[in-house]
Design a protein around this ligand. Structure first.
Ligand code: 5RP
Length: 235
């Protein structure tokens, strides 16, 4: 599949940033999984790194591929994090959380010396917001929080947002994140003022974290069928 080739090419290019001795944040999702697999090949060839997974799924994947992991409580420094994204804008701002791992992903990425985003070309957009923005909320009071989220989006310039609780498949039951929370998916079409929206969402009691990653990524690697383009940003 062409999209998988593009994801694989972006992931392969990120491996060049890995050095012996690094502690590496391991992202979540299909693109990040390609990176984990490439990294495992390097580890098998003698590369000495430790991984810090951003989800239970990535932990299982990394363990099954023989990547040594460090419990997050023992982490002193994360040199590099490599993760996918649902959207990337021209300033390296991101929407993340399509895989419901945004809280751990943001904690690890923000604590890293260097975050690299790997994505297929379809994820690159001029304005964030076509992909519904995931917002992680506490189960307690989530309907109240959902109204506040709607108000915050509207007040910061999103036109007619649609805020929906994410369900687990067709079950009708709410999806529960690794941290025991719910996800509100906010269809926005466009988020014209990402910083203002991020601040407004962060101020709502009940919002644990939101999927806007602003000024966190320093390198964006966009893959396509033929290879990958590497873009560097100031952080
Ligand atoms: C998980 C994420 C993923 O990085 C994002 O959903 C992209 O996934 P994929 O690489 O499968 O397209 O944010 O919470």
């Amino acid at each position: 599949m062409a999209q998988d080739d593009a994801k694989r090419n972006a992931a392969a290019a990120a491996v060049d940033f890995v050095e012996d001795g690094m502690t590496i944040g391991l992202g979540t999702g299909s693109t990040a999984a390609f990176f984990v697999e490439f990294l495992a090949d390097e580890v098998a060839d003698g590369l000495l790194i430790k991984g810090v997974p951003t989800s239970e799924a990535t932990q299982r994947l990394a363990e099954s591929h023989g990547i040594p992991l460090l419990p997050v409580e023992q982490v002193e420094r994360i040199h590099l994090t490599v993760d996918g994204a649902d959207e990337v804008d021209p300033h390296a701002n991101l929407i993340k959380g399509g895989g419901a791992a945004l809280l751990r992903e943001k904690i690890i990425a923000d604590a890293s010396d260097h975050m690299i985003v790997i994505a297929d070309a379809g994820k690159a957009v001029d304005v964030l917001g076509k992909f519904p923005l995931p917002v992680e909320v506490t189960p307690f009071g989530f309907t109240i929080t959902a109204k506040k989220v709607y108000d915050a989006l509207s007040a910061t310039g999103v036109s007619k947002p649609n805020v929906k609780l994410r369900e687990l498949g067709q079950s009708g039951a709410p999806l529960v994140t690794d941290g025991g929370n719910y996800i509100l998916d906010c269809a926005c079409k466009a988020i014209p003022n990402v910083r203002e929206t991020a601040v407004a969402l962060s101020m709502i009691p009940g919002v644990v974290e939101h999927g806007l990653f602003i000024n966190i990524a320093r390198t964006v690697i966009i893959g396509d069928d033929d290879g990958a383009e590497i873009l560097e940003f100031e952080s």
